[in-house]
Design a protein around this ligand. Structure first.
Ligand SMILES: Nc1nc2c(ncn2[C@@H]2O[C@H](COP(=O)(O)OP(=O)(O)O)[C@@H](O)[C@H]2O)c(=O)[nH]1
Ligand SMILES: [Mg+2]
Length: 223
């Protein structure tokens, strides 16, 4: 009896390909002493506004560029370009996160010899961007006080992976039934050592510790 030919459908490990591009990026940036940060949050938590406020404060200290990740439009890149920031827009055409290959391509078009820091604003989403390594040195979890204090418990991966939490829109605290101690407790439950920087892009409260933290990321990169 002749053996029946068996056909097997094979699905490639796409995450494996992503990790390969992420490690290429990590090597590229390490060789040039550039730090790269990956800002992750839900839509509307204030990432672009934070970057708008960061731009002038950071410009006197570091040479930096921004990669703006979105599903559609160049709105966020335009907001930063208007302030003179070196910025590129990365469009995912529907995908809910940035992939390492696209980030790598955009990095190769930047004048890497003239940069200390690259800040990536990932697509607004608390789930998928946390799962995809893009070759960053650190993930930054951005959480606004309007989202409720329980998000670190509901989306623990991001808060486990992040190196810092930026808690935004703290100017709104007097108007919201948001418990800051409860939120901090939930963050600690997921990641006991995670630092939290509280900021308001409106009052500019907390901007100095945030910019100091950014500068420290570059120092630890070259140190
Ligand atoms: N009250 C207050 N509103 C803010 C603050 N930061 C951002 N916003 C508002 O939140 C909305 C979303 O901001 P945006 O930066 O576009 O969020 P992104 O989607 O995370 O980039 C806009 O209407 C901002 O004006 C803040 O610190 N305080
Ligand atoms: Mg934005």
């Amino acid at each position: 009896m002749t053996a029946k030919k068996i056909k097997i459908k094979v699905y490639r490990d796409l995450m494996g390909a992503n990790d390969l591009w992420a490690s290429k990026t990590r090597a590229l940036l390490k060789a040039r002493g550039i730090a790269m940060l990956n800002l992750i949050s839900s839509p509307g938590s204030g990432k672009t506004t934070l970057l708008e406020q960061t731009a002038a404060l950071l410009a006197t200290r570091l040479r930096f560029a921004v990669l703006e990740g979105d599903v559609a439009t160049t709105h966020d890149a335009e907001r930063l370009a208007r302030l003179g920031v070196r910025v590129s827009q990365l469009l995912t055409s529907g995908a809910c996160h940035l992939e390492a290959k696209l980030v790598h391509r955009a990095l190769l078009d930047l004048p890497l010899d003239a940069l200390d820091l690259v800040i990536v604003e990932n697509v607004g989403n608390l789930v998928c961007p946390a799962e995809f390594d893009i070759g960053e040195n650190a993930k930054v979890a951005v959480l606004s006080v309007t989202e409720g204090e329980d998000k670190p418990l509901k989306y623990p991966l991001l808060f486990r992976e992040a190196k810092v939490v930026v808690l935004t829109k703290i100017d709104l605290l007097p108007h919201l039934p948001f418990s800051l101690p409860k939120c901090l407790e939930y963050i600690r439950k997921v990641n006991a050592a995670l630092p939290v920087i509280q900021v308001s892009a409106i009052t500019r409260n907390g901007m100095t510790p945030w910019v100091d933290w950014l500068a420290a990321q570059h120092r630890s990169r070259i140190g």
